[in-house]
Design a protein around this ligand. Sequence first.
Ligand code: NI
Length: 187
Amino acid sequence: MAILKIARMGHPVLMDKAQPVEDPTDPRIHGLIADMVETMADAPGIGLAAPQVHVPLRIVVLRVPGERCEDGKDVPLTALINPVITPLSEEMEEDWEGCLSVPAMTGRVPRYTHIRYSAHGPDGKTFEREAKGYHARVVQHECDHLDGIIYPMRMTDLSTFGFVEEMSRAPRTQVEPATDTEDGEAA
Ligand code: NI
């Protein structure tokens, strides 16, 4: 296992479409996933996509703590290989995001509130989950990395984009009531 170097916004590997994984059971893929998990834990982050560690393959790892989820349940450590997202509602909602590839910054990003996603696991089997709220947001953020999209490219109001340290100064009347303020989670 190894902690991998994280690419930052502007690096070409983050701007390209990543390639599908041909064999999810390949030990080299399992080794990469293990390194991604270690890198995510070290950062720390709640999600990481392979292009963020300079590997242009369609792989995401995530682990979402229960306190961030509507149902209070942890989303366990999961590897998504070749994931596909289907929105289950037209409804979108804005909330704060951060990204390990855009360090120290945060911004408000619209995302679908309710999705289904399917992927191959490292065992090669396909699995499917429904996700709402923050869980759905994390999956959309990570899967965007597989298509060369970084969250600022999804923002509709760049006045909410800035350094976490500066944005957390009160008052933030132009942006959001202070009670809505929370630091962007790095993903
Ligand atoms: Ni990210």
